[in-house]
Design a protein around this ligand. Structure first.
Ligand SMILES: C[S@@+](CC[C@H](N)C(=O)[O-])C[C@H]1O[C@@H](n2cnc3c(N)ncnc32)[C@H](O)[C@@H]1O
Length: 278
């Protein structure tokens, strides 16, 4: 077997152990024998191509990473091509959820800190900065990050840009608001609870978490630009993650979208939740 095959095997074994899975458990979840997993890990066989999406989901990495050992950061963000263009793919108007947050948080406290996860080209991050927040914009895409920097300079509202992968990012700072709009579908299912627990933990008492996520509905077609590393939420997931917080707003609706230049619809769930200390 080739060098690449044994490298791949080593990565599978390391990620499996990191996640606390046995070969039996992975075999069970993928419907293959533990011996097959052992062969992959020793570099004596290659997983079937059709198994790569569920395998990478379990291991919490992209197919790119599993096959090449290289992180997608700065190389293959899903919207890199669009973000390189001069026009703004997501527009420059803030989202409805961002406006709602600005309406709710109207005190004049200085240094209110906000984290925007998956900021894209910065439409919401820069709006929040304009509203007086100290904003950290977290984004994987290098051209996206460039655009946020340029746009923030042009608009005259500073944001701190973190070019990182939200999946591996160890959130260690505390925020008044942790916010995301249409980006948490990139968190693999097995990782999701851990990340939401961290967002909750890193929110200051009285602070807010606000998210817009895509939910799966049998009557809504898959968006034309939906990628294999994007995973739907189910109705009720967000309310469950925040069951022990005050739910300020929680709504589910169908919205129109024109990404990829093809009109389509999404079912989305938006939540605004407040951390109340017992
Ligand atoms: C649908 S876009 C939404 C952008 C922005 N929130 C907005 O509403 O304009 C999702 C964003 O998440 C970013 N993203 C995808 N995977 C990511 C990851 N692993 N870490 C950080 N950002 C990621 C994408 O590059 C993209 O900019």
């Amino acid at each position: 077997m080739s060098h690449n095959c044994s490298e791949l095997g080593r990565r599978i074994a390391a990620l499996r152990k990191e996640k606390g899975y046995t070969q039996e458990k992975i075999g069970d979840l993928l419907n293959v024998t533990p011996q097959a997993i052992s062969k992959w890990e020793q570099g004596n066989a290659f997983p079937d191509t059709l198994l790569l999406p569920p395998l990478t989901r379990l291991l919490g990495v992209s197919i790119d990473y599993l096959l090449t050992g290289e992180s997608a950061v700065g190389k293959t963000g899903p919207y890199d091509g669009e973000y390189r263009k001069e026009e703004f793919y997501w527009g420059i108007q803030p989202s409805e959820l961002a406006r709602q947050i600005a309406d709710i948080v109207q005190d004049d406290t200085e240094n209110r800190r906000l984290l925007d996860i998956g900021s894209g080209e910065g439409r919401d991050a820069i709006y929040f900065a304009k509203c007086g927040f100290q904003v950290d914009a977290l984004e994987i895409s290098a051209p996206g990050v460039e655009k946020i920097k340029q746009y923030s300079q042009l608009a005259g509202y500073a944001v701190r840009v973190l070019q990182v992968d939200m999946i591996g990012y160890d959130l260690s700072e505390a925020y008044d608001v942790i916010y995301s709009c249409g980006s948490l579908q990139f968190l693999p299912l097995a990782e999701r609870r851990k990340h939401f627990d961290k967002y909750k933990q890193q929110t200051k008492p009285g602070g807010l978490n606000a998210h817009l996520v895509f939910v799966e509905k049998p009557f809504i077609k898959l968006a034309p630009d939906w990628e294999t590393n994007e995973f739907f939420f189910s109705s009720g997931d967000l309310a469950r993650f925040y069951h022990d917080w005050e739910i300020v707003r929680c709504e589910e609706k169908i919205v129109d979208c024109n990404s990829a230049g093809i009109p389509h619809r999404h079912a989305v769930n938006c939540i605004i939740a407040r951390k109340i200390e017992p």
